[in-house]
Design a protein. Structure first.
Length: 96
């Protein structure tokens, strides 16, 4: 065991001991959960309309629900068909 000091451990070892996921993975899973929600909305739904409007704002930094969601989907190789199947989507975003 690699020990940093009296009561200190590397983050990776601590996560393994506590059986927790890396925070970046948890955040990506939460974004993908929201992104699926938005993808499945009807085009005339206020959430989808607001999401679409936010996409068109000029000079805006990365949009969490749009650009980052799309990047997360690409990283996990997810598509719209996956979003329609709840159990498949969950399996794909929970698998590391």
């Amino acid at each position: 065991m690699w020990h940093l000091g009296k009561d200190r451990f590397p983050s990776k070892e601590l996560r393994e001991r506590l059986r927790t996921d890396d925070i970046t993975l948890v955040l990506q899973q939460n974004r993908l959960q929201w992104y699926r929600h938005v993808l499945r909305k009807e085009y005339d739904d206020w959430v989808k309309i607001a999401w679409s409007m936010k996409q068109r704002v000029p000079d805006q930094q990365e949009n969490q629900t749009g650009q980052v969601g799309e990047k997360d989907c690409q990283a996990r190789k997810l598509n719209m068909e996956d979003a329609t199947d709840h159990s498949r989507w969950w399996k794909l975003i929970k698998d590391v």
